[in-house]
Design a protein around this ligand. Sequence first.
Ligand SMILES: [Zn+2]
Length: 147
Amino acid sequence: MPETCPRGFDETLLSGAIDRELVQAAAQKVRIHLEDCAHCRALYKELTELREVAMSTTIHQPPDDQWREAPRGGVSKAGRIVGWLLAVAWLVIITAFGLYQGWQNTDGAFEKFLGFGGLGAVALLLGSVALDRWRTAKTDPYRGVEK
Ligand SMILES: [Zn+2]
């Protein structure tokens, strides 16, 4: 089989046809040429297969891979867990200390409610977010794939 089309057909039109980028007249021209040119038929088939491989490679990647924060290595995973534990411990201690200080310096139930109701709500929200994150990390279906 010759390297190029024996009739000098513009081969960029073939990849254009596969990408569906051609206007109708050009697509028609490709179709007619493919019917009686074995060289371009083979090339078209090859290009189509290459395109399919490229497509399936893209699809088979985990779709949320780029959004995933989970570290890949064992060391960085351990570092992430320790970091989280330290951050949570720090937050709990700071919050407890702040609450204790505030409680000591606040008089009256209403003032206490004003000061600590919001803090309690924020703490609950942060806690539930942390819990969700912890559960997600535990049940991550891709966890351990790279081990
Ligand atoms: Zn041809």
